[in-house]
Design a protein. Sequence first.
Lengths: 179, 667
Amino acid sequence: MDSHAPPAPAPWTPRIVAFFCTWCTYTAADLAGVSRLKYAPNARVIRVMCSGRVDPQFVLEALAQGADGVLIGGCHPGDCHYVEGNHKLLRRFQLLQRLLTDLGLERERVRLEWISAAEGDKVRWAINDMVETLKPLGPLNLPGQQQAWDRELARRAENPEPAPDGPPPGPTAPIPSPL
Amino acid sequence: MKRNGEPEIRVGFYVCHCGHNIANTVDCAAVARYAATLPGVALARDYKYMCSDPGQELLRQDIQEHRLNRIIVASCSPLLHEHTFREATRKGGLNPFFFHMVNIREHAAWVHTDRREATAKAQALVHAAVRRVAHHQALQTKRAPIHPAVLVVGGGIAGIHAALTLADAGKQVFLVEREPSLGGHMARFDKTFPTLDCAACILTPKMSRVGSHPHITLWTYAEVAKVEGYVGNYEVTVRHKPRYVDASRCVGCQDCIKACIYKEPKFPDTFNAGLSKRKPVYLPFPQATPQVVVIDPETCIQVKTGKCKQTCLEACVDRRAIDFTQRETLERVTVGAIIVATGFKTFDASRAPAYGYGVYPNVYTALEVERLVNASGPTGGAIVLRDGRQPERVGIIHCVGSRDEKTNRWCSRVCCMYALKLAHLIKERTGAEVFNFYIDLRTPGKGYDEFYGQLLEEGVQFIRGRVGEVTDWAFMPEEEGHLVIRVEDTLAGYVRRIPVDMVVLAVGLEPQADAQAVRRLFNMSCGGEGFFLERHPKLAPVNTFTEGVFLAGCCQGPKDIPDTVAQAGAAAAEALVLLDRGYLEQEPNTAFVLEDCSGCKSCLPLCPYRAITIAPETERAVINEALCKGCGTCVASCPSGSIGQNLFTDQELFSEIEGLLAPAAAT
C-alpha cells in the first residue's frame, strides 16, 4: 500500500439538531454528562423551555440548513412542567411527520422521544439509536438539492426549449447532487 | 456586525477549561480561535475557571475595556452557572440578558471521547450562540409576591422538624399527615443508633409541640388532593378523610374503645406491624398526636353496615365526639412554598423468598423486632418468639432488598446500623447468641464505627457472606427444631449452616408505593429507583426542579435520623429564604403578542394558565404577563407567527439552527 496516499476523508455521519425541553430532556442530557455516559457526537442541542415551543418551522429550517435529522425531547406525557405543552407538540408532530413523508422524506429523520430528568441513559440511547438509524439513509443534503434546483431553473430560463434528446422535464427527473 | 439603528454588536467570548474537565476532551484554545473568526466577536478568550472570582472579574473588566455588549461563556450547563454569569454581566454594566451560555461540559466534553469530534461539536454550539446573541434584547425581571405560608406534607420526623423550624420563625405552617397521628416510622422505633436514645423520648416532645404550636395547623388523616398555581402562590386542596370522631371534642379518654361492641381486640394493629390486635375504634399508639381516636371504616360494623348497637356513642354521650355522619371534606389553602417529606416504605420481605418470611413464623422483619423490643410494644418489651419462648440464638440477615440485582440495587444506608442496634438490644435483653450476616458493614457516621467496635467487644458474631437460604430442613441432630441459615462464609471460605431460633431480616428502604402519584401532584421528578429527584445532588440537595417545592427525609433517598433532621432544617431554611424575601424574581421569558395578530383565538385554549385573552377594543390577543409561565406553546402554534417569547424569539432560535449547521463548523 502506498504510504504517501492522503488520509482517507472521515466517513460521512449524520448531523442531528436536537430540541430539548429544559425541565426533562435537557436535564437528562446534563445527567448523562455528569454520569460520564458516552454517546455519538452527532446531535447538537438547542434548549427550549418546553417541547411545546418547538415550531414545525424549526424542524423544516434545520433540515433546509443541512441537518440529516431532527430529534425532539420532551417530558413524558402527564409530566410536563407546563401541564400539557408536550401534548400540544405531539399533535403538531404527527401532522409534521405526515407532511414530511408526503414530501418524500423518510419518517425516521424526524423523531420525538419522551425523556425524563432521570433518564440520562435514555438520552444516550436515543442519540446513538438515531445515528444508527440515519446512517443507512445517507445524507439528506437539502441545501445541495435546493442549489441544484436553482441552477436547473436558471438553465431553463435561459433555454426555454429543452434539447429533444435531453431528459424529460418534470420533478421526477433525477438531479445530480452538486456536492 | 451591525443592525439598523442599533450599536455595533461586540461579542465577548469565553471558553472555560473547567480545570481538566473540559480541556481534556475539548481543545479550548481551538474553540477560542474559531470563535474569534465569527462575525461580531470582538474578543475571544480561553480561561481555566470562568466561574471563579478572577474569571468573573475578567469578564466584568473586559465589558468595560473592550466596550462589549454581548457575552457568551462556553462552559458547563446553564442550569448550573447561568445565574453566576448573568450576575457578572450585570456587574460589568450590561443588561444580564445580553449573556448567553453554551454547554460544552455536560453536552460535549463529558459525553464524548474523540477530542476532534468533541471540539468540532463545541465549535458548532459556539457558532449557534454567536448568531443567537446578536438578537438578544435587554430584559427586566418581574417580581411576584410570595404568600407567607408553607405546606409540609408528611408528619414523620422530617416533616415535624421542618414544620417546627418554620413555625418558630413565625411562619404559618400547614402540616398534612396521611395517618391518624404524627410520628411516622420514627415513632415505631425503640432506640436510635448509635447513642441508644429512646426514640419516643426525643420524638414525642416535638410531636406535642407541633400539636400545640400557635403557627402550625395540623391536619392528620388528611391527604393533598390537588396542587395548582406556582411558586409563591400554590393553591393546595387537602382532602380530610372521615375519622368518624370530631377532633375538637375528643379528649382521648378512650372510654369508647372500652365500650366498643367488640369485647376483645380482633384486628391487626398496623402500628405494631400486625403483632398485636386492636378494635375498630382505636388510638394509634399511646403518645399519638393528636390524642384523638379514630374509627377504622374497614372493620367498624356501624360504618360498614349501619347496624351496630353503637355502644361507643353511649360511652361518649357527654362529649358527643363520635359522629358517624362525617364525610370526606375538601379544604383549600394558599401557600408560598411546599416541603415534601413523605418518607419511605420498608422492603416487602416476601419478595426475597429464600429467607422464608411468611413461611416460617420465626422469621421477622426488623420493623417487627423494633416493636418487640419496645416497652410499649405488643409484648411490653419482652423479646419472645411467636410461641412465647425466648430465643437463644438469633440470626440477623443484612441487605434484604438492598444491594441486590434481583430486587433493589441501592444501599439503604441505615440497615447496617439498625441491625447492629437490634443485635445489641437482643443480646442485652435476652443474652442470646447473635449472628450478623453481612456483605460489607457500612458504618460511616459520627460514633457509628465505634458502636460497631463496641458490639465486637460484646461478643456479637459477624459472618461475612450473603445468606443463601433460611430453611427448617435439619441435616444434623443439633439443627432439629431450629431454623437453619445457610451461608457461604467468604472469610473462612466454606459454606456454613447456622441453626438459630429467630431470624431478623434487615429490610431496605424503598420509595412509597404511591410515590409516582405524589410526584405528579407536585410536578417533581423521580430518580431511576423511584425516590424524588433533587435539583442538584451536591449544590441543591433539597430543591426540586419545581420552584418552591423542597424535599426532606427519606422520600429523597434512604437516610438516617440525623441526616433527615439536617435535611429537614435545610428545606425549612430554603423555604424561609423564599418567604422572607417576600417576592420572587421571575425569568423574563414570557410571551407577547405582536402587532399583526388577527384575533383568530387559536392560542386561547392552548394556554394552561389562561393567560391569553382577547382585548375587546382591538380584537387582538393579549397575554397577561403575571400569569404567563413562559412555555412558548402559544408562540409555536400561532398560525400567523404573531406571538413572540422573550429569550426564545423565533429569530434567536432560527439563528441558533443556522449557526449549528454553518458549513465552517462541519466536520
